[in-house]
Ligand binder design. Structure first.
Ligand SMILES: NC(=O)c1ccc[n+]([C@@H]2O[C@H](COP(=O)([O-])OP(=O)(O)OC[C@H]3O[C@@H](n4cnc5c(N)ncnc54)[C@H](O)[C@@H]3O)[C@@H](O)[C@H]2O)c1
Length: 270
């Protein structure tokens, strides 16, 4: 169902890899709500070709950009502003990658070269995106930027490995840049902390199935789906949340504030 919440708004969506991606579902919902979009992903991801299906469905151009490359980002914002004929109202940062996880490096044995790349791709990339927009004055007043994060930034989930540190940094950049962009142009910047979700990035975490089942049992409402995360992003891009900024917003069925549930107690008593 559409509420026309994003009618006339223009946005850039980072990170739609395939149909399972949270960014993919968000692009579909934003389109349904009346937004005009530009889609972007790393050139290597574009080579998969999947994104073209989404581009057709949401009538959006695809512009390749490695989020760690400032020239790519500048080109992306230039092309987007040209396409929209003006400024940008919202940005979804839906990007995460851990080289140490990929290479099966334990947290106590991190390769620091990989770690730098992980932090750059997964966290400082938000700074790079905001900095590019800032330098080009690309975001409209009351614009909204959302990045996706996970509760491992606050609490230990051992197998989440170095991504826990990346998410903590991402949430800090959100607060810091959110402050400056709020003062300068009333642009708001927030993170949404999503339940474990079966996507390519999600499934890369060791023991992911256990993660999903545990979170399901520990959440009064159950795990939030990618579709529901997309709905929350739409609300955050809309004019109904104009004074929400610099926040980490839990979208997890109540997991973050639950000490224990009956379902987990029963499991323990077995
Ligand atoms: N899946 C989960 O359980 C879960 C839970 C909480 C938060 N998140 C976060 O949601 C976001 C989206 O992940 P997803 O689960 O939809 O998985 P996904 O694998 O579909 O998306 C990750 C995206 O990051 C992109 N990316 C990687 N390196 C890049 C680079 N250098 N430049 C540009 N893009 C690059 C990938 O191409 C991919 O599209 C991530 O930030 C992830 O950490 C996921």
């Amino acid at each position: 169902m559409s509420y026309n919440l994003l009618k006339g708004k223009k946005g850039i969506i980072f990170g739609a890899l395939d149909e399972k991606s949270i960014a993919w579902k968000t692009a579909l919902r934003c389109h349904e709500e009346g937004a005009q979009l530009v889609l972007t992903n790393a050139p290597v991801a574009l080579r998969m070709g999947e994104i073209n299906k989404l581009a057709e469905a949401v009538k959006a151009p695809v512009v390749g950009a490695d989020v760690t490359n400032m020239d790519d980002l500048k080109k992306l914002f230039e092309e987007s502003m040209k396409h929209f004929g003006g400024g940008i109202d919202f940005v979804l940062h839906s990007i995460g990658m851990s080289l140490n996880v990929r290479k099966n490096k334990h947290y106590t044995e991190l390769d620091y070269g990989f770690n730098q790349k992980t932090l750059d791709i997964s966290a400082m990339s938000l700074h790079r995106v905001l900095r590019t927009a800032w330098d080009m004055d690309a975001l409209n007043e009351w614009g909204s930027v959302v990045a996706l994060t996970y509760i491992a930034a606050q609490r230990v989930f051992p197998d989440y490995n170095e991504m826990a540190d990346a998410k903590a940094l991402l949430e800090s950049v959100t607060r810091m840049f959110g402050y400056y962009y709020g003062v300068k142009k009333k642009v708001r910047v927030n993170t949404i902390s999503q339940s474990p979700t079966r996507t390519t990035a999600g499934s890369g975490v060791k023991g992911f199935d256990g993660f999903v089942t545990y979170a399901e049992k520990m959440s009064p409402l159950g795990n939030a789906s990618a579709e529901d995360c997309a709905n929350y992003c739409v609300v955050m891009f809309s004019d109904l949340t104009k004074y929400v900024t610099m926040q980490n917003l839990f979208h997890d069925g109540g997991f973050s504030f639950t000490g224990v549930t009956q379902a987990v107690m029963e499991q323990m008593e077995k």
